[in-house]
Design a protein. Structure first.
Ligand code: SAM
Length: 308
Protein backbone atom coordinates (compact mmCIF):
# COMPACT_ATOMS: atom_id res chain seq x y z
CA UNK A 1 0.00 0.00 0.00
CA UNK A 2 1.34 3.46 -0.89
CA UNK A 3 2.03 6.19 1.68
CA UNK A 4 -1.05 8.09 0.53
CA UNK A 5 -3.44 5.39 1.71
CA UNK A 6 -1.84 5.27 5.17
CA UNK A 7 -2.16 7.72 8.01
CA UNK A 8 -0.25 8.06 11.28
CA UNK A 9 -2.19 8.66 14.44
CA UNK A 10 -0.54 9.43 17.78
CA UNK A 11 -2.47 8.70 20.95
CA UNK A 12 -1.08 11.10 23.54
CA UNK A 13 0.09 14.64 24.15
CA UNK A 14 0.81 16.54 20.96
CA UNK A 15 3.83 18.20 22.54
CA UNK A 16 5.48 14.78 22.76
CA UNK A 17 4.27 13.84 19.27
CA UNK A 18 5.96 16.96 17.84
CA UNK A 19 9.24 15.96 19.53
CA UNK A 20 8.91 12.53 17.98
CA UNK A 21 8.36 14.00 14.49
CA UNK A 22 11.35 16.29 15.03
CA UNK A 23 13.51 13.27 15.98
CA UNK A 24 12.33 11.54 12.81
CA UNK A 25 13.20 14.69 10.79
CA UNK A 26 9.64 14.85 9.41
CA UNK A 27 8.80 18.20 7.79
CA UNK A 28 5.16 19.16 7.81
CA UNK A 29 3.59 21.28 5.02
CA UNK A 30 0.28 22.17 6.62
CA UNK A 31 -0.87 22.26 10.23
CA UNK A 32 -4.48 22.82 11.25
CA UNK A 33 -5.07 23.03 14.97
CA UNK A 34 -8.43 23.21 16.69
CA UNK A 35 -7.68 22.99 20.40
CA UNK A 36 -10.25 23.02 23.20
CA UNK A 37 -11.42 26.64 23.37
CA UNK A 38 -11.29 26.97 27.17
CA UNK A 39 -15.03 26.64 27.70
CA UNK A 40 -14.59 25.32 31.27
CA UNK A 41 -16.40 21.99 30.77
CA UNK A 42 -15.97 18.33 29.92
CA UNK A 43 -17.39 17.65 26.46
CA UNK A 44 -19.42 14.51 25.93
CA UNK A 45 -19.77 12.51 22.74
CA UNK A 46 -22.98 11.28 21.20
CA UNK A 47 -22.54 7.52 21.14
CA UNK A 48 -26.20 6.47 20.93
CA UNK A 49 -28.87 7.46 18.42
CA UNK A 50 -31.07 10.31 19.63
CA UNK A 51 -28.78 11.27 22.54
CA UNK A 52 -29.19 14.97 23.38
CA UNK A 53 -26.20 17.24 23.97
CA UNK A 54 -27.11 17.84 27.64
CA UNK A 55 -27.54 14.10 28.36
CA UNK A 56 -24.38 12.75 26.82
CA UNK A 57 -22.69 10.37 29.23
CA UNK A 58 -19.54 9.43 27.31
CA UNK A 59 -16.79 11.96 28.12
CA UNK A 60 -14.70 12.81 25.07
CA UNK A 61 -12.27 15.42 26.44
CA UNK A 62 -11.74 18.03 29.14
CA UNK A 63 -11.79 21.68 28.24
CA UNK A 64 -10.75 23.53 31.42
CA UNK A 65 -10.42 27.28 31.80
CA UNK A 66 -7.64 28.20 34.23
CA UNK A 67 -7.26 31.73 32.98
CA UNK A 68 -5.94 33.18 29.77
CA UNK A 69 -2.26 33.03 30.78
CA UNK A 70 -2.35 29.28 31.28
CA UNK A 71 -4.34 28.75 28.11
CA UNK A 72 -1.97 30.80 25.98
CA UNK A 73 1.12 29.41 27.74
CA UNK A 74 0.10 25.86 26.92
CA UNK A 75 -0.76 26.69 23.31
CA UNK A 76 2.40 28.75 22.79
CA UNK A 77 4.56 25.79 23.87
CA UNK A 78 2.84 23.75 21.17
CA UNK A 79 3.29 26.42 18.52
CA UNK A 80 7.02 26.49 19.33
CA UNK A 81 7.18 22.70 18.95
CA UNK A 82 5.27 22.89 15.66
CA UNK A 83 7.55 25.63 14.30
CA UNK A 84 10.47 23.22 14.60
CA UNK A 85 8.88 20.70 12.23
CA UNK A 86 7.52 23.04 9.54
CA UNK A 87 8.74 22.75 5.99
CA UNK A 88 9.89 25.98 4.35
CA UNK A 89 6.59 26.32 2.43
CA UNK A 90 4.32 25.43 5.33
CA UNK A 91 1.21 27.13 6.68
CA UNK A 92 -0.29 26.92 10.15
CA UNK A 93 -4.03 27.46 10.74
CA UNK A 94 -4.97 28.14 14.39
CA UNK A 95 -8.71 27.78 15.03
CA UNK A 96 -10.08 29.57 18.13
CA UNK A 97 -12.97 31.70 19.29
CA UNK A 98 -13.37 35.05 21.04
CA UNK A 99 -12.26 33.68 24.41
CA UNK A 100 -8.56 33.49 23.61
CA UNK A 101 -7.95 34.34 19.97
CA UNK A 102 -6.60 37.83 20.63
CA UNK A 103 -4.13 36.76 23.31
CA UNK A 104 -3.11 33.82 21.14
CA UNK A 105 -2.51 36.12 18.18
CA UNK A 106 0.07 38.04 20.20
CA UNK A 107 1.72 34.78 21.30
CA UNK A 108 1.71 33.36 17.77
CA UNK A 109 3.35 36.56 16.46
CA UNK A 110 6.09 35.96 19.04
CA UNK A 111 6.56 32.39 17.86
CA UNK A 112 6.38 32.74 14.08
CA UNK A 113 7.23 36.42 13.65
CA UNK A 114 4.75 39.20 12.95
CA UNK A 115 5.56 39.11 9.23
CA UNK A 116 4.58 35.43 9.07
CA UNK A 117 0.95 36.35 9.88
CA UNK A 118 -1.08 35.96 6.66
CA UNK A 119 -4.48 37.05 7.93
CA UNK A 120 -7.51 35.52 9.59
CA UNK A 121 -10.54 33.59 8.44
CA UNK A 122 -13.86 34.35 10.04
CA UNK A 123 -15.82 31.12 10.10
CA UNK A 124 -19.57 31.45 10.61
CA UNK A 125 -20.87 28.03 11.76
CA UNK A 126 -24.46 29.20 11.28
CA UNK A 127 -25.90 28.11 14.65
CA UNK A 128 -27.27 31.51 15.61
CA UNK A 129 -26.66 33.46 18.83
CA UNK A 130 -27.46 31.95 22.23
CA UNK A 131 -26.53 34.57 24.84
CA UNK A 132 -29.11 36.92 26.33
CA UNK A 133 -26.54 38.80 28.44
CA UNK A 134 -24.10 39.98 25.77
CA UNK A 135 -23.58 39.67 22.04
CA UNK A 136 -23.84 35.98 21.28
CA UNK A 137 -20.81 34.86 19.29
CA UNK A 138 -21.77 33.67 15.82
CA UNK A 139 -18.28 33.35 14.40
CA UNK A 140 -14.95 31.70 15.15
CA UNK A 141 -11.53 32.87 14.00
CA UNK A 142 -8.79 30.94 12.24
CA UNK A 143 -5.37 32.66 12.35
CA UNK A 144 -3.13 31.89 9.39
CA UNK A 145 0.67 31.84 9.63
CA UNK A 146 3.39 30.66 7.33
CA UNK A 147 6.89 29.48 8.20
CA UNK A 148 8.73 32.56 9.47
CA UNK A 149 9.19 34.91 6.52
CA UNK A 150 12.08 36.73 8.21
CA UNK A 151 14.43 33.79 8.22
CA UNK A 152 17.78 34.27 6.60
CA UNK A 153 18.52 33.16 3.95
CA UNK A 154 14.97 33.86 2.76
CA UNK A 155 12.80 30.77 2.46
CA UNK A 156 10.91 29.96 -0.73
CA UNK A 157 7.26 31.12 -0.80
CA UNK A 158 4.48 29.27 1.05
CA UNK A 159 1.93 27.15 -0.77
CA UNK A 160 -1.27 28.98 -1.63
CA UNK A 161 -3.52 27.99 -4.51
CA UNK A 162 -6.24 30.63 -4.87
CA UNK A 163 -7.58 28.91 -8.00
CA UNK A 164 -8.37 25.70 -6.09
CA UNK A 165 -10.88 27.45 -3.84
CA UNK A 166 -12.94 29.87 -5.90
CA UNK A 167 -16.55 30.47 -4.82
CA UNK A 168 -19.73 31.31 -6.77
CA UNK A 169 -20.54 34.98 -7.33
CA UNK A 170 -23.18 36.43 -5.02
CA UNK A 171 -26.68 35.91 -6.44
CA UNK A 172 -27.27 39.67 -6.69
CA UNK A 173 -24.06 40.24 -8.60
CA UNK A 174 -24.72 37.26 -10.88
CA UNK A 175 -28.17 38.59 -11.79
CA UNK A 176 -27.14 42.24 -12.04
CA UNK A 177 -23.73 42.20 -13.71
CA UNK A 178 -23.34 39.02 -15.78
CA UNK A 179 -25.50 40.21 -18.62
CA UNK A 180 -23.54 38.89 -21.64
CA UNK A 181 -23.66 35.40 -23.19
CA UNK A 182 -20.90 33.74 -25.20
CA UNK A 183 -21.48 31.31 -28.12
CA UNK A 184 -21.84 28.40 -25.69
CA UNK A 185 -24.47 30.24 -23.63
CA UNK A 186 -22.09 31.00 -20.73
CA UNK A 187 -22.61 34.24 -18.86
CA UNK A 188 -19.84 36.81 -18.55
CA UNK A 189 -19.23 40.47 -17.79
CA UNK A 190 -16.68 43.18 -18.49
CA UNK A 191 -15.36 45.78 -16.10
CA UNK A 192 -13.19 48.72 -17.08
CA UNK A 193 -10.95 50.38 -14.51
CA UNK A 194 -8.79 53.48 -14.85
CA UNK A 195 -5.09 52.76 -14.35
CA UNK A 196 -2.22 55.29 -14.37
CA UNK A 197 -1.49 54.42 -18.03
CA UNK A 198 -5.13 54.52 -19.16
CA UNK A 199 -8.29 52.39 -18.96
CA UNK A 200 -8.04 48.58 -18.71
CA UNK A 201 -10.91 46.17 -19.33
CA UNK A 202 -11.20 42.87 -17.48
CA UNK A 203 -13.45 39.99 -18.53
CA UNK A 204 -15.04 37.70 -15.91
CA UNK A 205 -16.69 34.31 -16.57
CA UNK A 206 -19.53 33.61 -14.17
CA UNK A 207 -18.93 29.85 -14.12
CA UNK A 208 -15.35 30.38 -12.89
CA UNK A 209 -16.59 31.99 -9.71
CA UNK A 210 -14.78 34.65 -7.73
CA UNK A 211 -11.73 34.50 -5.46
CA UNK A 212 -12.41 33.27 -1.94
CA UNK A 213 -12.37 35.93 0.74
CA UNK A 214 -11.93 35.60 4.49
CA UNK A 215 -15.54 35.38 5.73
CA UNK A 216 -16.80 31.84 5.31
CA UNK A 217 -20.52 31.36 5.78
CA UNK A 218 -21.00 28.34 3.53
CA UNK A 219 -19.53 25.56 5.70
CA UNK A 220 -22.31 25.05 8.25
CA UNK A 221 -21.37 23.27 11.44
CA UNK A 222 -24.66 21.35 11.17
CA UNK A 223 -23.21 19.24 8.38
CA UNK A 224 -20.79 17.75 10.93
CA UNK A 225 -22.96 17.76 14.03
CA UNK A 226 -26.46 16.59 13.25
CA UNK A 227 -27.10 12.87 13.57
CA UNK A 228 -28.63 12.69 10.10
CA UNK A 229 -25.60 14.21 8.35
CA UNK A 230 -23.41 11.63 6.60
CA UNK A 231 -20.12 12.92 8.01
CA UNK A 232 -21.27 13.17 11.66
CA UNK A 233 -19.35 10.91 14.07
CA UNK A 234 -20.94 12.10 17.34
CA UNK A 235 -17.59 13.50 18.57
CA UNK A 236 -18.04 16.95 20.14
CA UNK A 237 -17.04 20.04 18.15
CA UNK A 238 -16.42 18.06 15.00
CA UNK A 239 -15.68 20.52 12.18
CA UNK A 240 -17.30 20.27 8.73
CA UNK A 241 -15.30 18.55 6.03
CA UNK A 242 -16.04 21.43 3.66
CA UNK A 243 -14.15 23.82 5.97
CA UNK A 244 -11.08 21.59 6.06
CA UNK A 245 -11.30 20.79 2.39
CA UNK A 246 -10.92 24.47 1.56
CA UNK A 247 -7.88 24.85 3.83
CA UNK A 248 -6.21 21.67 2.58
CA UNK A 249 -6.81 22.52 -1.08
CA UNK A 250 -5.51 26.08 -0.75
CA UNK A 251 -2.48 25.42 1.43
CA UNK A 252 -1.08 22.05 0.40
CA UNK A 253 -0.32 20.08 -2.72
CA UNK A 254 -0.98 16.40 -3.41
CA UNK A 255 1.61 14.35 -1.55
CA UNK A 256 2.15 17.07 1.10
CA UNK A 257 2.24 16.18 4.80
CA UNK A 258 -0.77 17.52 6.71
CA UNK A 259 -0.74 17.45 10.52
CA UNK A 260 -3.63 17.96 12.95
CA UNK A 261 -2.23 17.86 16.50
CA UNK A 262 -5.71 18.13 18.14
CA UNK A 263 -7.45 15.88 15.65
CA UNK A 264 -10.65 14.96 17.58
CA UNK A 265 -12.86 12.96 15.24
CA UNK A 266 -10.23 13.10 12.49
CA UNK A 267 -11.85 15.58 10.09
CA UNK A 268 -8.53 16.96 8.84
CA UNK A 269 -7.06 13.50 8.35
CA UNK A 270 -10.14 12.21 6.51
CA UNK A 271 -10.11 15.19 4.14
CA UNK A 272 -6.32 15.20 3.66
CA UNK A 273 -6.27 11.47 2.83
CA UNK A 274 -9.15 11.86 0.39
CA UNK A 275 -7.30 14.67 -1.38
CA UNK A 276 -4.12 12.62 -1.72
CA UNK A 277 -2.15 14.27 1.09
CA UNK A 278 -0.26 12.35 3.76
CA UNK A 279 -2.12 12.69 7.04
CA UNK A 280 -0.72 12.72 10.57
CA UNK A 281 -2.94 13.24 13.61
CA UNK A 282 -2.63 13.30 17.37
CA UNK A 283 -5.12 13.32 20.18
CA UNK A 284 -4.92 12.72 23.91
CA UNK A 285 -8.44 11.23 24.05
CA UNK A 286 -8.88 7.49 23.53
CA UNK A 287 -12.34 8.13 22.07
CA UNK A 288 -10.91 10.61 19.56
CA UNK A 289 -8.29 8.11 18.45
CA UNK A 290 -10.84 5.34 18.04
CA UNK A 291 -13.25 7.66 16.19
CA UNK A 292 -10.50 8.83 13.83
CA UNK A 293 -9.24 5.31 13.24
CA UNK A 294 -12.73 4.05 12.37
CA UNK A 295 -13.42 7.07 10.16
CA UNK A 296 -10.24 6.60 8.14
CA UNK A 297 -10.73 2.85 7.89
CA UNK A 298 -14.16 3.46 6.37
CA UNK A 299 -12.32 5.48 3.70
CA UNK A 300 -9.96 2.55 3.07
CA UNK A 301 -7.06 4.40 4.71
CA UNK A 302 -4.80 2.19 6.79
CA UNK A 303 -4.05 3.78 10.16
CA UNK A 304 -0.95 3.24 12.27
CA UNK A 305 -1.84 4.14 15.87
CA UNK A 306 1.31 4.95 17.83
CA UNK A 307 2.31 6.18 21.26
CA UNK A 308 4.32 9.37 20.74
C1 SAM B 1 -12.14 20.78 19.50
S1 SAM B 1 -11.54 19.14 19.55
C2 SAM B 1 -10.99 18.90 17.88
C3 SAM B 1 -12.12 18.61 16.94
C4 SAM B 1 -11.66 18.28 15.53
N1 SAM B 1 -11.19 19.45 14.83
C5 SAM B 1 -12.75 17.60 14.73
O1 SAM B 1 -13.11 18.06 13.62
O2 SAM B 1 -13.28 16.58 15.20
C6 SAM B 1 -10.06 19.30 20.45
C7 SAM B 1 -9.32 18.01 20.69
O3 SAM B 1 -8.05 18.30 21.29
C8 SAM B 1 -7.68 17.19 22.08
N2 SAM B 1 -6.57 17.60 22.97
C9 SAM B 1 -6.61 18.49 23.99
N3 SAM B 1 -5.37 18.65 24.52
C10 SAM B 1 -4.53 17.85 23.81
C11 SAM B 1 -3.13 17.59 23.85
N4 SAM B 1 -2.33 18.21 24.73
N5 SAM B 1 -2.60 16.70 22.98
C12 SAM B 1 -3.41 16.08 22.06
N6 SAM B 1 -4.74 16.29 21.97
C13 SAM B 1 -5.30 17.17 22.83
C14 SAM B 1 -8.97 16.80 22.77
O4 SAM B 1 -8.94 15.47 23.25
C15 SAM B 1 -9.99 17.03 21.65
O5 SAM B 1 -10.27 15.83 20.97
Amino acid sequence: MSDLARARLFHGDNLVACERLLDEKIEVDLVYLDPPFGVGATHGARTRAGEERSRRTTAAYDDPWDGVDRFVGSLEARLVALRAILSARASVYVHLDWRAVHDTKVAADRVFGRSAFRGEIIWVPGNGARSTKAWGATHQTILVYTADARQSPPKPPWIFDAEAVREPYAAGSAAEHFDKLDEQGRRWRERTVMLANGPKTYRYEMSRGRRMGTVWTDCPSMSANTPRAKETTGYPHQKPEKLLERIVRASSEPGAIVLDPFCGSGTTLAVAARLGRRAIGCDASALAVETTRARLSSQAVEVDVEQP
